[in-house]
Design a protein around this ligand. Structure first.
Ligand code: MN
Length: 727
């Protein structure tokens, strides 16, 4: 049910309360004119149309605006929707009201979805209309607020969503920019309700539940009042809840659940003067424990829109973290209604020295912009100039159809693509900005027209995450990459199992057979098993052991021989490799990068589908794995491996710097042979007229043996230097 519409006399009462000298006759004439002009027109709710201008005027009266604004509120739709003319309005109400009404009408005619309108011209109209007289924007915002309050009566869902989105994209940033925080929050909640009703209701229910819990807010407020009274500071205390949309945003932005939020309520202490603000701050930090890094002094350094307040966070009287905002009444009025309060301030109050200087900084940006724009007739010139700083936190861009979208400053064409739809983002192949092909990572500017070129074969690139700025784009890219990785691992796991089965003469296991393996190998399901195979956390051998236990003995041996030969590339077998700390049946091979020798500190690395590779503990290649500690196995050489009699041989790689002279190579090979070692590979890496570098793989028994070989080589006159190559 719609609330009963406000009556004209109630509106007049409201105005007289803050402006006793208001021209009541003027307001009554405007009311009568509007009533006659709108005649039998009806709102979507079925109410007489007149209810709308009356409510808009009431919202403006709540902002405590001047009588011309209130009258314009009553008249704002007469030029657009009735036969009334500008001349009529001018004759009856004067130039001020007539031109305000015209301004609002022009602003309303800007069709953000108008396909035919040129974008630069659109943007120009928007800025011009609101910058000529800030009251035009205030009236337009009041108009939009009432339309949003009655949005539920618009029957078509798509239309409701479109209006809500437009409100979120265009009017919320505008309200924010001029400091109309109350109105902005209401617009946000109303839009959010239409855009995502389910989420809205979920949060609404959680907040109702939270509120009912333990009366915490009132207990905290009582305790604050008590402390203020003890300190003899005159102050009023309120506890303001976060809006539903800002709770939603916070949960999204910080990735928190509702229960993790600590600042659902901000406590406000409003005092008489600036000095008391700091006194209260001192008191808060005295009585409660301050949370470091959360104190902000917006009194000595106001926000660009003029907002002033002290913010601090403390551990409250009941162990609750809480934010406290401390400000004067005047600061509070400006914080609540920004420009409107300022406007009233200028009109209806005695201007003191302080207020002059205050005004000096407060709406500087708007005054500067207006001064700048006045007298600029060339649309192009205007447009360039208007790109100034009006929307410092947003960048406004257009679709090829002329739809206007607001994105955060720094957004890229890719953010734009994801803003439209995650499929468009995922398939984004190229982008045209103002007709020119630009890199996906370029920064968008106000007024850019963006055309996304998609391709079916295109997929998100992990590098995209580096430059997109919107959460929507980041989330979509992450989601895609995660699903791709999993698919790749499922494929790889299946491949490893099939290849190994074929090679070792086992049948390819069916999913039904594999389901018997899932539990013994501690996996959740068959997919988990494949991922484990791909990541080297499970091995085909383990599956064969379970599925075909009767073939165990000989098969295990063959398997291991094969694996070792296949992967180590040396003739080592693990029966000869004496390593402790490895589960029986796992394939082992020596890493070729560092060729560890018995006696050296080693570590085992679980490798994808290949078993365990043994590295020297300080092998450089291990750095790359430092973020995967679960692939590291703690292993050591067993005693047999350390002795000369050990059957195994290990390959070590040497790099020698040799003098280039006849017989050098035979000197080297003979020396190695005499040291009871074998050269298995030789490679000249670098040759100059007098020197050359030789890379040489040598089979040795263990570390001591290798050291012996190196000493022998170093003693040759043809050898300049010998180094072990590892890692
Ligand atoms: Mn209207």
């Amino acid at each position: 049910m719609l609330a009963l519409m406000i009556r004209q006399y109630e509106l007049i009462d409201k105005v007289l309360k803050y402006n006793p000298k208001a021209d009541v006759a003027l307001l009554n004439r405007a009311y009568v004119f509007s009533m006659k002009a709108h005649g039998n027109q009806k709102r979507a709710s079925g109410q007489p149309y007149l209810a709308h201008p009356l409510e808009v005027a009431a919202i403006l009266a709540d902002m405590k605006l001047d009588e011309a604004s209130i009258a314009t509120g009553l008249l704002h739709d007469t030029l657009e929707d009735t036969l009334a003319s500008y001349e009529e309005l001018e004759n009856l109400f004067g130039e001020d009201i007539a031109s305000l009404t015209e301004g609002v009408t022009k602003l309303s005619r800007i069709e953000f979805n108008d396909k035919a309108t040129a974008q630069a011209e659109n943007f120009r109209k928007l800025l011009l209309a609101m910058s000529q007289d800030i009251r035009v924007l205030l009236i337009k915002l009041a108009d939009r607020l009432h339309n949003m309050r009655t949005l539920e009566y618009v029957s078509k869902v798509e239309k409701r969503k479109r209006i809500a989105k437009e409100t979120m994209d265009i009017f919320v940033p505008l309200a924010d920019r001029i400091g109309l925080y109350g109105l902005k929050s209401e617009l946000e909640d109303l839009s959010f309700q239409s855009i995502d009703l389910l989420e809205y209701e979920k949060i609404e229910a959680r907040m109702a539940e939270w509120r009912a819990q333990d009366n915490l807010v009132n207990r905290v407020m009582d305790s604050l009042k008590e402390e203020l009274a003890k300190a003899e500071i005159e102050a009023s205390v309120t506890g303001r809840e976060k809006t539903i949309y800002s709770v939603h945003r916070k949960m999204q932005r910080k990735n928190l659940t509702f229960d993790q939020l600590t600042d659902i309520v901000a406590y406000r202490i409003i005092v008489k003067n600036k000095r008391d603000c700091y006194a209260v701050l001192g008191l808060m930090h005295d009585v409660f424990r301050a949370i470091p890094g959360r104190f902000k002094d917006y009194i000595s350094a106001p926000k660009p829109n003029g907002y002033q307040s002290l913010h601090t966070s403390v551990i409250g009287p009941f162990g609750n973290r809480m934010e406290v905002q401390i400000r004067t009444e005047e600061m509070h009025a400006i914080a609540e209604s920004g420009v409107a309060a300022h406007w009233l301030y200028k009109e209806n109050r005695v201007e003191t020295q302080e207020s002059e200087s205050h005004e000096g900084s407060q709406y500087k940006w708007l005054r500067q912009l207006m001064e700048h724009l006045q007298g600029l007739d060339d649309p192009q010139e205007f447009y360039e100039n208007a790109k100034l700083e009006l929307f410092s936190e947003n960048v406004f861009v257009f679709t090829p159809q002329g739809d206007l979208l607001a994105l955060p400053q720094g957004a890229t064409p890719l953010d734009f693509a994801y803003h439209i739809h995650s499929d468009i983002g995922n398939r984004c192949q190229a982008v045209r900005v103002n007709g020119r092909v630009l890199p996906l990572r370029s920064r968008l500017e106000n007024g850019d027209t963006i055309e996304i070129i998609t391709s079916k074969g295109q997929k998100p690139n992990p590098g995209w995450k580096e430059f997109v700025v919107t959460a929507k784009a980041k989330t979509a890219i992450n989601r895609f990459i995660r699903s791709q990785e999993r698919e790749a691992q499922l494929r790889l796991g299946r491949e490893i199992l099939e290849k190994t089965s074929r090679r070792d003469g086992y049948p390819i296991a069916t999913d039904k057979e594999l389901s018997k393996v899932v539990e013994p190998l501690k996996q959740d399901d068959i997919e988990g098993l494949f991922v484990a195979l791909a990541q080297g956390r499970a091995f085909p051998r383990q599956i064969f052991d379970i599925l075909y236990p009767e073939q165990e003995k000989t098969q295990v041996e063959q398997e291991e021989d094969k694996l070792n030969n296949l992967h180590s590339g040396t003739k080592n077998t693990d029966t000869a490799i004496g390593i402790e700390g490895v589960v029986q049946g796992m394939a082992i091979h020596m890493a070729k990068c560092c060729n560890p020798l018995p006696g050296e500190p080693i570590v085992g690395i679980i490798t994808t589908g290949k078993g365990i590779s043994i590295h020297q503990r300080d092998c450089r290649n291990l750095d790359a794995l430092s973020d995967q500690p679960d692939r590291f196995l703690s292993v050591r050489w067993n005693d047999e491996s350390q002795t000369e009699e050990g059957a195994a041989v290990y390959t070590a790689r040497l790099r020698m710097n040799l003098h280039h002279q006849p017989g050098t190579l035979s000197n080297v090979t003979t020396a190695v042979f005499n040291a009871d070692a074998n050269i298995t590979d030789l490679h000249v890496e670098n040759r100059s007229t007098d020197m050359y570098t030789l890379r040489c793989d040598v089979d040795v028994k263990n570390r001591e043996h290798l050291e012996h070989v190196i000493v022998v080589l170093q003693n040759l006159s043809v050898v300049n230097s010998v180094d072990r190559v590892s890692g």
